[in-house]
Ligand binder design. Sequence first.
Ligand code: URA
Length: 240
Amino acid sequence: MRIDQLLASQYSRKEMKQALAKGQILVDGQAARKLSQNVDTDLQVVTIQGQPAPASNHHYWLLHKPRGVVTANRDAQHATVFDSLASYDRTPDLYALGRLDRDTSGLLLLTDNGPLGYQLLHPDAHVRKTYQVVVNGPLHADLPVLFATGSIFEDGYQCRPAQLTILASSAKQSRALIELSEGKFHQVKKMFLAVGVKVISLSRTQFGPFQLDQSLPYGAYRGLSSQEKQILVHILEESR
Ligand code: URA
């Protein structure tokens, strides 16, 4: 939210301009540059003339998405990720940070903080994601080098470098971890198809610094702690 929008309920435009000119609007201790600057009181400490700015009221949920539900706000056939939330937590304008396929499980962040989501999903944010993958064939020892240099989809698209760790490989089934910063449609499945194997199980275990809690059952969710919200700020700062 812009600073002037945040302060509008308590300060006139003239008061805001004067406070800005005197360096009395602080964002995490730094003087704000302009009233149109975007801030987030969930993630940053915003003060005006030494007083805390009115708080915004965004929600942040970490969901262990089960297989079978779709990452969409509504679907005629299937349950959605939002159906996993209790009705009192299903606030308006919630959306998922990145899409997981219906047959993919794992960590999914849900929020109603639109600008934050937009920035985190921007390719320049380079948010790293880790997936546990099972494929229906062997994973050869030279694949980590190929993935690290950027594998190439069947249609010629060159992927960004990804880190592949082979956990077990056999002729019929292999397991691996893959860490990448891209989020193209069916990204992981296409990367493995490009090297001749099909993904038969996919689960996201990490999104940026957030790890899937071992204790969180499929379909369960929890709110982010204030410390975790601060971590989101750092990701955004690093991406600027
Ligand atoms: N890559 C995929 O192919 N599917 C997902 O759900 C996520 C990443």
